[in-house]
Design a protein around this ligand. Structure first.
Ligand SMILES: [Zn+2]
Length: 347
């Protein structure tokens, strides 16, 4: 299996200083630490909030998204940790690619993990690295403050050494042509269900964050990682609304429904579309939003450059030709928008 890499860079600013990266000597593996947030949700955050932090690449269950060019610096490890200099003779931000795994409710872990493994193998090949030496966990570089990416991997039953072995095997199989090695097998989830009063931990917190996101707020305790009365009441309200057994326990059915409801709200958040009319010759943020959405629903405009050129026009035309109700004119307007939004909501 080979995956497509989307290169959709954020603007130069705090998150993307626009400074050259030296020779790539290693990879720092991260998770986003924000369960349920997708690759594009992360990109939107860095583009809009422009914090003094970033990473090159964000990966979820359908997208490998490079938001900073691999020959530029990203800010993904504190500069005063000693581990990178002692191991590699350089600060991570000057000599490493930072890769983030998105995980959590609404994200199919197996698909996201396969892409994460594949992308590490791709970098190993591209920069001529050694998987066993040159891939390092953020938690190893900054143990006082960070637990990633083991935080995400472990909850799905994957250890750091499992991950490195999967990268090695994928590299050998796909980049060295050794097809005899099997594809990595992803282990099942290790969380014990159902969740009930008294349970606590990161998975409880994920569920709480999902509840809040789909409209069941926890005004007193918030997403505190402890399954208490407030969380239980919110779960019961959720179950009632979606026709599930109202027992206040979070089992597979409630988790599935939560992921489904959250998934249904996701594309609209990740892929906002401009109002008004856009046509060939137009430029700007709205064109970029349109290009992203088209690419997501399989009408790839080739470039996400904010310029409504012949390729974008062609992608719009191809999309419009699917629907009898749309004029096949290559011009984006409210009608085309409605149909694009409908396809996004069905993903
Ligand atoms: Zn990290």
């Amino acid at each position: 299996m080979k995956y497509n890499i989307i290169r959709d860079y954020i603007g130069v600013g705090n998150s993307r200083p626009g400074e050259p990266l030296g020779q790539v000597r290693f990879i720092v593996s991260h998770d986003t630490g924000n369960p349920g947030s997708t690759a594009y949700a992360n990109r939107n955050y860095f583009e809009n909030s422009d914090p003094l932090a970033s990473a090159h690449t964000f990966i979820d269950d359908n997208t490998i998204l490079e938001i900073i060019p691999l020959n530029e610096r990203a800010l993904h490890v504190r500069s005063n940790v000693p581990g990178d200099n002692s191991r590699y003779g350089a600060d991570a931000n000057n000599a490493a690619i930072g890769v983030e795994l998105a995980y959590g409710p609404g994200i199919n872990f197996e698909e996201a993990y396969k892409r994460y493994v594949w992308y590490h193998a791709y970098l190993v090949d591209k920069f001529n690295l050694d998987p066993s030496e040159d891939i390092i966990a953020h938690s190893t570089l900054d143990p006082a403050r960070r637990t990633d990416p083991q935080n995400a991997l472990n909850r799905y039953g994957i250890s750091w050494s499992d991950f490195i072995r999967d990268v090695e095997q994928t590299f050998d199989r796909l980049f060295q042509g050794n097809e005899a090695i099997p594809e990595p097998v992803v282990k099942g989830t290790s969380v014990e269900l159902p969740l009930d009063i008294g349970d606590q931990g990161p998975f409880v917190q994920e569920v709480q964050q999902s509840l809040i996101r789909v409209g069941f707020p926890l005004p007193i305790f918030g997403a505190d990682g402890i399954y208490g009365e407030e969380t239980k009441r919110a779960v019961m309200k959720f179950q009632r609304k979606y026709g599930l057994t109202v027992d206040g326990l979070v089992g597979p059915q409630t988790l599935d429904k939560l992921a489904e409801v959250k998934g249904a709200t996701r594309p609209i958040n990740d892929f906002p579309l401009p109002s008004g009319i856009l046509r060939r010759g137009d430029q700007g943020t709205g064109v970029r939003q349109l290009q992203r959405a088209l690419q997501r629903i399989g009408f790839d405009p080739q470039l996400i450059d904010g310029i409504y050129g012949p390729l974008t026009e062609n992608a719009v035309r191809r999309f419009q030709s699917k629907y009898a109700d749309l004029q096949n004119d290559g011009i984006y307007g409210p009608n085309t928008r409605r149909f694009i939004e409908m396809e996004l909501s069905e993903l």
